[in-house]
Ligand binder design. Structure first.
Ligand SMILES: [Zn+2]
Length: 185
C-alpha cells in the first residue's frame, strides 16, 4: 500500500517557514516535475505569497529547490552555513516583521516587486534556514531514516536528535524491529 502523503502542520511562524521548505523539498524530491497546481497548493497551505504560477514558474521553482534540498541534506553546520551565505549573497532577503491575523509577529522576507518566485523562494529559504541554524547551532533538520522513506524534516526536539520524519515512520520501524526480533527468537 502506498504511504499516504503527510504534510507537517502549516507554518505557525515557529519554526519560521521551515515546514514549508521541507514540504517543498519533499514534493520536488518525489516529483522533479511537480505541476504548477501542486506548488500553488503548497504555497497556499503555508500562507505563501499569492503567485499565480505558470508552468514555466513551476519548472523554475522546482529547479530553485535544488540548493534548499542540498542544505537540508547537510549535517555539518559549516557546510550548511557556507551554502546559506551563498544564497544570502545571491538572493538578499529584505526581512520585515509581519503580524498575520491571530498570530504573533514573525519575520518574513519581502522580495523586490519585480522578483519572481525563485528570488522569493531562495531569499525566504536562506533567511529561515540561517535563523534556525544560528538559533540551534546545529543542522537541526534531516532525512527520515525509515527504510523507503527518506523525507526531509525539521528537528524541533531539544534532546536526542530526531531520526524519523513522523511518529508514523518511527512506529513502522519499531514494529518491524520488534517482528524481526521475535522471528529471530
Ligand atoms: Zn519517514
Amino acid at each position: 500500500m502506498a504511504q499516504p502523503r503527510t504534510r507537517q502542520q502549516p507554518d505557525d511562524g515557529n519554526p519560521r517557514g521551515l515546514h514549508f521548505l521541507t514540504d517543498l523539498a519533499n514534493t520536488v524530491h518525489e516529483d522533479p516535475d511537480a505541476s504548477a497546481a501542486d506548488l500553488q497548493a503548497l504555497l497556499e497551505l503555508h500562507g505563501g505569497p499569492a503567485f499565480r504560477l505558470t508552468d514555466a514558474d513551476a519548472r523554475e521553482l522546482c529547479e530553485a529547490t535544488a540548493p534548499v534540498i542540498a542544505i537540508l541534506g547537510a549535517d555539518d553546520p559549516d557546510t550548511a552555513a557556507e551554502a546559506i551565505n551563498a544564497l544570502l549573497d545571491r538572493y538578499p532577503a529584505r526581512p520585515r516583521l509581519v503580524r498575520l491575523p491571530g498570530r504573533p509577529w514573525s519575520l518574513h522576507t519581502r522580495a523586490p516587486a519585480d522578483a519572481g518566485p525563485t528570488h522569493w523562494l531562495l531569499s525566504t529559504a536562506a533567511l529561515a534556514l540561517g535563523l534556525w541554524l544560528s538559533e540551534r547551532g546545529t543542522c537541526a533538520w534531516g532525512r527520515c531514516a525509515a527504510p523507503g522513506c527518506g523525507r526531509f524534516f525539521i528537528d524541533t526536539g531539544r534532546r536526542t536528535p530526531q531520526r524519523y520524519c513522523t511518529p508514523r515512520c518511527a512506529t513502522r520501524v519499531r514494529v518491524a524491529t520488534h517482528r524481526a526480533n521475535r522471528a529471530a527468537d
